[in-house]
Design a protein around this ligand. Sequence first.
Ligand code: F6P
Length: 487
Amino acid sequence: MENIILVSALIPVSIKEENGEYKAKVSPGGLITTLSQSIKGKSVKWFGWYGSEKYSKHIENIIVEEGKKKGFNLFPVHLTKEEIQYFFNLFSNGVIWPLFHSFTQYCRFNKDYWHFYKKVNEKFAQKILKHIDKDTVLWVHDYQFFLLPEYIKKKNKNVKINFFLHIPFPSPEIFLKLPWRKEIIDGFLNFDFAGFHTQIDKENFINCVKYFYDVKEERSNYFTDLYIENKKIRLAAIPISIDFKFYDTKANEKETVEIFKNLKERYKDKYLIVSIDRIDYTKGLVEKLNGYRRFLEKYPEYREKVILMISTAPNVKKLPEYEKLEKEFHHKIAEINGSLGTEIWRPVLFINKRLSINELIAYYRAADISLITPIKDGLNIVCKEYSASNIDLNGSVILSEFAGASTEIGDFVYLINPYDIENIADTIKKVIEEKQEVKKEKMKKLRKHINEFDIYWWSKTYFKIAEGEKIDKFPKIYNRYPLHEIM
Ligand code: F6P
């Protein structure tokens, strides 16, 4: 096996200062979860930032040692306070993230932020170049590193650089608003292989490239090769997955079962809806609450019979729109509980902390519905985690059409348009009232699919496509968003 260097903005171990001491903790986010699972058993050097502006040899040692305990070979990259602010917060999370999720109103197109994006990409390149041997393959992740391959290839044009984009790629109407659109495309075209979650993202990228270059395309079943001037890049849509067996086994672990039984007892006369999200405007949190509220207004017979349990993970994005959203979200929960709740019932149970893995899986196992409503999401792994934990086949997934996952598992879930609160309300009712056999059948198919196309399938197939090897199996994926059935 080659020598793989993985690059992502954050490594799986972060540092937090508590009472003058540095403590290692797990970095948040779906990307970290999936990548950590995907490299199990592989020899990988993992480069990335560790969530703090502080740096010392002592801090580096804590991270490296903690990494070793968890089976990772970590190479922490230090970012200064300015780099964190301009590269991480203001450009990556304040321009690319909103633009690529179609929230152009939040984009701050400022050339100083762009300057830092370039600077930090170059900084990573300098650090990584020292570790590249003749058999090294680079595996770069996500929107923080579009320029990295250009800086690497300027110094070492032979190294193979694979990429995976975890967020959507926007259509030209949106992408072309970016003042540095050509530089981003030019940087990107230095990857040898780039994977996307969906066909939609892949085609959007191709359409954006065509605004700048004459492109020759060669299409096969699983990938598209683009030839542009003297460059060739291979592209594929290959939706990421999870470690199915991990969730499936953990759902039956003693500690999980205890929590699960308590939940079942506590909510024995209620339908439990679960919502696990990061606080982000892309996740449709307000839309979810509006839909749930509408459900309780429109179908009052379900009052006191349903609980929506919401748990939110801590947010690493330090921008005003996040603070505003958090306030609005908390306010909405209080408003629903205050106006619709009764002496014996709170419609929304809000847990504002990261659940332990056993708690999380117990909630997944106990909940009748997982309500997932992003306005836009690269993929969304909550739907996969929920199904893998749903070992009794008693749950159903309600999923936004605009989560990339809908193009892969749309046939096994209940789809909704998150902008349509009537549709959310009606779908909750429909799922509650649906025949148990119908729901079980959907969940069975969903679990079979995720088991078959799990994270190990994903990483193996990703590298096979990159290397041009034969693919054994591939899921059927839609090349457009599937829409919910008209009720
Ligand atoms: O690729 C993993 C993933 O979690 C996707 O499911 C998601 O769309 C993207 O990365 C962004 O991550 P998140 O919104 O979970 O932080």
